[in-house]
Design a protein around this ligand. Structure first.
Ligand code: CTP
Ligand code: CA
Length: 233
């Protein structure tokens, strides 16, 4: 019904989407990772392509079975990135030729300061892993925003004693300088590896421009609606 109503309302838009989770190597066989499945980013890429956009999806460690949904799809070009630094390079390059950039990927906040050139063994003793902070890709994209470009982030948040998930999202959108930030409440059970989501989309002026509860595809369509609305205003 949505497709019939909307038609190809994103035709002509070039959209870069990052999805999945980066991995930061410890040694040749070990890494620091996270539990992002990549499904939300894939849903955004599929929805955007079906609505007529030209999509480049940069996938970070997404399961082959999950990626199968996008392989061979019209208007979706698939690329891969492993680490936060690789993802940053790809997204920064793609931003030069994109009208919209959507960062759904879970980017590792830290990388290992000194990656071992050999597989660590117990003979090496318990590793003391020093971490250094990775660059903030989204903030960098927002700072380098070209005129007319829309920069979108995603945040998985847990409420704290003194801040709601929305309040945290408002602060985070400002800090990053993104046009839109989709905020998803998570806990140990909620959010990860589930088909459904509740997401609030925070826009400029700290307004919640949409709240959507449903499948990742419904969240994706609501986010793309918010992108269109932001570009029209
Ligand atoms: N992000 C990014 N580069 C990073 C970290 C995060 O581009 N180094 C992006 C994510 O892709 C996402 C958004 O920023 O779109 C929010 O990610 P999040 O991890 O919530 O933000 P952080 O600034 O890392 O905040 P926190 O301390 O809560 O992890
Ligand atoms: Ca983070």
């Amino acid at each position: 019904a949505r497709l019939l109503a909307a038609g190809r309302d994103l035709a002509g838009l070039r959209i870069a989407v990052s999805a999945g989770g980066t991995r930061e190597p410890i040694d040749p066989v070990r890494f620091i990772g996270n539990r992002s499945s990549g499904r939300q980013g894939i849903a955004v890429a599929l929805a955007a392509a079906e609505r007529g956009a030209d999509v480049t999806l940069v996938a970070a460690h997404i399961d082959g079975a999950v990626l199968a949904d996008v392989r061979g799809r019209a208007r979706i070009r698939l690329e891969h990135a492993g680490t936060a630094s690789e993802l940053g390079e790809r997204m920064t390059a793609l931003a030069q030729e994109s009208d919209v950039v959507i960062m759904t990927a879970a980017v590792a906040d830290y990388r290992v300061a000194r990656v071992s050139d050999h597989k660590l063994t117990k003979d090496d003793g318990a590793p003391r892993i020093e971490l250094v902070e990775n660059a903030d890709i989204l903030a960098g994209l927002a700072a380098g925003r070209r005129s007319g470009q829309t920069i979108v982030g995603f945040a998985a948040e847990m409420p704290t004693d003194d801040e709601s998930v929305i309040e945290r999202g408002i602060r985070k959108r400002r800090r990053k300088g993104a046009d839109l930030l989709a905020v998803n409440e998570v806990g140990w059970q909620a959010g990860f590896e589930r088909a459904d989501n509740t997401v609030s989309i925070i826009g400029p002026d700290d307004a919640v421009v949409a709240t959507v509860s449903g499948s990742k595809r419904e969240v994706a369509d609501a986010l793309l609606d918010a992108v269109l609305a932001a570009r029209a205003s």
